[in-house]
Design a protein around this ligand. Structure first.
Ligand code: GDD
Ligand code: GTP
Length: 425
């Protein structure tokens, strides 16, 4: 059988997602009408034979409770649980720490998904390649521009055999524009021994206190009993495991031609929203608003939202629960969150309107489009790097007729005058 693990991280991560992560853990932020991890879970649920999904992170226990409850109702074939690391153990440390839970029931393989990526998750195709090649590991890869590549894990592969020849995490100089999408399929039989080897290598380093017995090996690695000055190190899949796997000859890459984006900065929720809405539109999802003279698809409107028929929405707009959109409003390429209100004749473009925020009549809240295929939402304006997406945090207010352009606004702010290229704290 096959399982899936979703790496959700914890409260110390997602800092680039501020100000939106101040009020909600990033994995639960809504894009295209659903939490970011809902999209991962949907992909997992479509793989035949997966019965169990484990969310691994170091958020508090209760954080995912409601999400799991709702998901379990929606996807009754899946057993979904959250396992909490007592501290950040790293992308491989978490897997290793919870290996008993992962190994329970004897799955031959398991998927690992970074929660903070947005893609079509072609898990079925990965499984197929895995079987075909009798692989130990399959990684999902995508091509990005040479400029963007060094921000990601880079893969050098044999185009014929699809074998991974080299893997380097965020290299300093260009080695390949095929990058790690943060989606893997591992053979249980070989991945845990690989992690164990990495731990051994570490533990055997002279700077560390050494423990003689092998049972104490894990304990010593994860314990704080390290010599002075030595930080308690985490174990990372990317740096500590994947380059080794490349030497094994049984590590393959599936290159996806479908969409892929990382969700790191708050602004990147806007392109992610657009991509998932596009996907829903292509699959003729019933959830989307019907196209009309005032709805340019794809648009998601929560059933509890109120939208004036003279407002023009889309493309790529999500309107959250109980949001109110007034007459003559124009919204495009934006996310309007729960309980927000956009008053009559206001215009919202390339922006995120935070929970319970208010945009006044005839106001303009706008960002700037970023080029298609660019993997950043920051742009250079007058020689300064600014956020291309305008973001209003929770409980913000924009006055009537006020213009807000390329700004990030922390929660609880009232904007009474025009602002451009500013972070409002
Ligand atoms: N449970 C747990 N514990 N999860 C973690 C931890 C941890 O200690 N650290 C990170 N994560 C989760 C994050 O929430 C995220 O979903 C994923 O693991 C990877 O996060 P990072 O470690 O911040 O890496 P990254 O996003 O900069 O880069 C990774 O993803 C890229 C694709 O988006 C790498 O795998 C790159 O090679 C890859 O290109
Ligand atoms: P596209 O159709 O997106 O190519 O743009 P368009 O200029 O043809 O008109 P659209 O209906 O898409 O509206 C977007 C533009 O409307 C914005 O760029 C604004 O300049 C303008 N706009 C500004 N304020 C308002 C407003 O209060 N209400 C409406 N409906 N539009 C406004």
């Amino acid at each position: 059988s096959t399982k899936a693990v979703i790496l959700v991280g914890g409260p110390s991560r997602g800092t680039r997602f501020r100000p939106l992560s101040l009020d909600l853990p990033k994995p639960l932020f809504d894009v295209a009408g659903h939490p970011i991890i809902w999209h991962c879970l949907q992909a997992v649920a479509k793989v035949p034979g997966i019965r169990e999904v484990i969310l691994v992170g170091y958020y508090e226990e209760h954080v995912f409770r409601d999400f799991i409850k709702d998901s379990a109702r929606e996807l009754p074939q899946l057993r979904i649980q959250y396992l909490r690391e007592y501290q950040a153990l790293g992308t491989a440390g978490g897997l290793y720490h919870f290996r008993d839970a992962i190994l329970k029931g004897g799955p031959e393989r398991f998927f690992v998904l970074n929660a903070d990526v947005c893609c079509s998750f072609p898990l079925g195709e990965m499984l197929k390649l895995f079987e075909e090649k009798n692989a130990e590991a399959v990684i999902l890869g995508t091509r990005v521009s040479n400029d963007a590549a060094t921000n990601f894990g880079c893969i050098v592969s044999d185009p014929q055999t699809k074998r991974v020849l080299h893997y380097v995490e965020k290299p300093e100089s260009h080695i390949s524009n095929l990058i790690n999408c943060g989606v893997y399929l591992f053979a249980t039989e070989t991945i845990f021994p690989s992690i164990r080897n990495a731990i051994k290598r570490r533990t055997e380093r002279p700077r560390l206190v050494s423990y003689p017995s092998s049972e104490q090996l894990d304990a010593s690695f994860f314990s704080e009993k390290l010599e002075d000055g030595e930080k308690n190190e985490v174990l990372r899949l990317e740096q500590d495991i994947l380059s080794d796997l490349a030497d094994s000859n049984q590590f393959f890459v599936l290159e996806t031609k479908d969409f892929w984006r990382q969700i790191k900065t708050a602004g990147s929720a806007v392109p992610a929203n657009a991509l998932y809405l596009m996907k829903a539109f292509q699959s003729q999802s019933e959830e989307l608003a019907a196209p009309s003279a005032s709805i340019l698809p794809p648009v998601f409107i929560h059933p509890t939202a109120t939208v004036d028929p003279t407002a023009k929405l889309g493309p790529n707009v999500s309107i959250g629960p109980r949001a109110v959109i007034g007459a003559g409003v124009r919204v495009k390429e934006s996310i309007v969150l729960e309980d927000a209100e956009i008053k009559h004749d206001a215009c919202v473009l390339y922006s995120i309107i935070g929970w319970n925020s208010r945009v006044g009549a005839w106001a303009r809240v706008e960002g700037t489009p970023t080029p298609v295929g660019s993997h950043t939402t920051s742009i250079v304006k007058n020689g300064v790097k600014v956020q291309s997406i305008t973001i209003l945090g929770k409980d913000c207010g924009v006055g009537d007729e006020v213009r807000v352009q390329n700004c990030v606004c922390l929660p609880n702010k009232e904007l009474k005058r025009d602002v451009t290229n500013e972070v409002i704290m």
